[in-house]
Write a protein that binds this ligand. Structure first.
Ligand code: ATP
Ligand code: MG
Length: 519
């Protein structure tokens, strides 16, 4: 066969016979491999160790390898094809091209990619690389932790506006850091942001970190009451409109929902804010001492009363008296409390002289006072006196939208307290928190976050830092389920009656039945 048509080709060409001898080699092949005709071809390429010649002959199909090395250490793109003469296979043709430049470009781009990834991930700020339209083309690990709820969620291809609620027009000018609000799975966050446009109009690099969130408070009034929940928002509207008047307020809600916090908040919004806010925990003080605690005593009133002492009702003069856990107020004292509430008048223990005090009264309870009235444990007249404005704080499981907000607030609070660098929780950790029902409400959430801040290592609270009492929770749920079931059976499934017996509202029973899978 005449192979001279290959003589001038820039690609190297070798024709190999069935005996592995070189039948023909063009000038390029000779130059690159230093071979001549009749040499054995073995060892010319790195692929020779598993020479495909037999396979090519048998299958009569070509093979191609994009990067092999020659005996002269050159990277080559190489192929072997059967050399057919009619039906007979007379050998193979190897064609190869020096691709060293291409390979070094690939290696260089891999090196650049590793540099870039290492640099991006060593920066403590979240970084997003955007194309000219604002779509994310690259990001660092911090950005993923901050903006994704799950590990599987991807940022690439999504628009920056969708992720951080920020359009390109709203981005701060080039080179200027600006504090802007961004939407993250952890809620609205204030972030210091820097934008760097890329040359040739390729897009932008946006970097940001979450900063102090003083402005996150629901309003700029003292003490923080955080909420995003429309129900709680309505409560705050009510509080804002009644705080300045001297009306009595009764705050109801499960344990840890923020009743005490709200009572203090009402005081601070009222014109009495500079006078004392005095709290009496009716559940914590033994019945025998409660009267003395509330109204004070005179010398000799009882053994140990060596001098006159004012009670809390007197100390609160000009301010607010907060009767915490009023549901636990002993019946024997309720008449005197009623008198205090109605007339703002009382007598110190052991004295017949009545005294006046200028107080506003707020009260709270986690008990069902209506049921307590039915059972004769709470006076109706006192209930209606205290309950001029009624506030029922919903449990946290009914306003899960508050969880991210509160988590951020507590992270900031405890990071400061324990001098930790923690800034936010990971998406997975937030998801875990959102799936929990918090029987202990905000107080339980606060303790969980405090513990997580203490145990977390870096700037992010992870799933491993969060311990939820699912077991106890499940156990409590089981007990509750059994109890409700037993009562329902007792009253022949009359839900109104069952709610009454359980001391809960009908709608609460309805919700519980759904939650516990009993409806
Ligand atoms: N909306 C809120 N924003 C910020 N912190 C809150 C909020 N609600 C509750 N907290 C915090 O949660 C904790 C529990 O709140 P608080 O003591 O007011 O609850 P409570 O309903 O009075 O509980 P208990 O029934 O046990 O007396 C407190 O540390 C409080 O500051
Ligand atoms: Mg309280």
């Amino acid at each position: 066969m005449d192979f001279s048509i290959f003589d001038e080709l820039l690609d190297g060409v070798l024709v190999i016979g069935l005996d592995y001898k070189i039948v023909y080699s063009n000038d390029s092949a000779k130059k690159l491999l230093g071979v001549k005709e009749n040499d054995f071809c073995k060892g010319l390429f790195s692929i020779c160790g598993s020479c495909p010649l037999k396979l090519v002959l048998e299958e009569r199909e070509s093979v191609q390898v994009y990067d092999i090395k020659t005996n002269t250490d050159v990277h080559a793109c190489w192929s072997m094809s059967p050399l057919l003469n009619g039906d007979t296979c007379e050998g193979v043709v190897e064609v190869f091209k020096d691709v060293s430049n291409v390979v070094s470009c690939i290696l260089e781009s891999q090196r650049q990619k590793t540099y870039k990834e290492t640099i991006l991930n060593s920066i403590v700020e979240a970084m997003l690389v955007l194309d000219e339209k604002g779509n994310i083309v690259e990001h660092n690990n911090i950005a993923k932790k901050m903006l994704c709820r799950t590990q599987e969620e991807s940022l690439v291809g999504r628009h920056v506006k969708e992720l951080v609620n920020l359009s390109l027009e709203e981005l701060p000018p080039e080179g200027e850091r600006a504090d802007i609000y961004i939407e993250t799975p952890c809620g609205r966050q204030k972030a210091s942001t820097l934008v760097s446009p890329m040359q040739l109009g390729f897009g932008y690099v946006v970097s940001f970190y979450v900063i102090q969130q003083d402005q996150m408070s629901f309003c700029d009034k003292p003490d923080y009451v955080f909420t995003k929940s429309p129900t709680f928002q309505k409560i705050l509207d009510l509080v804002n409109s009644c705080a300045e008047h001297n009306v009595n307020v009764l705050i109801e809600g499960e344990t840890g929902t923020g009743k005490s916090l709200l009572a203090k908040y009402i005081h601070l919004l009222s014109p009495r804010r500079d006078a004392p806010f005095v709290k009496v925990n009716c559940a914590a003080i033994p019945e025998s001492l409660l009267e003395a605690e509330l109204f004070g005593y005179v010398k000799g009133a009882f053994t140990g009363a060596t001098k006159d002492k004012p009670g809390k009702a007197e100390i609160a003069d000009g301010g607010t008296l907060f009767l915490d856990e009023i549901g636990d107020m002993p019946l024997s004292l309720q008449a005197k409390i009623l008198h205090l509430v109605e007339e703002k008048e009382f007598e110190r223990l052991g004295s017949n002289t009545s005294r006046k005090t200028n107080i506003r009264i707020t009260a709270s309870t986690n008990k069902d006072l209506k049921e307590a009235m039915r059972q004769g444990r709470f006076r109706e007249d006192l209930y209606y006196r205290l309950n001029v404005v009624n506030i029922r704080i919903p449990p946290l499981r009914e306003r899960k939208e508050d969880i991210p907000l509160l988590v951020n607030f507590f992270i900031e609070k405890y990071a400061k307290l324990y001098s930790k660098k923690v800034k936010f929780v990971s998406g997975d950790a937030m998801k875990m928190l959102l799936s929990y029902d918090f029987p202990g409400n905000v107080r339980e959430l606060e303790h969980i976050v405090e513990k997580a801040v203490i145990t977390s290592k870096g700037s992010v609270v992870g799933v491993e830092d969060i311990s939820l009492d699912f077991q106890n929770h499940n156990y409590q749920q089981k007990e509750e389920k059994e109890n409700i079931k037993a009562i329902l059976e007792k009253v022949n499934y009359n839900k109104s009656l069952a709610a009454k017996m359980l001391g809960i509202h009908r709608t609460t029973l309805w919700r519980k039945l759904k939650e516990l899978g009993l409806s």
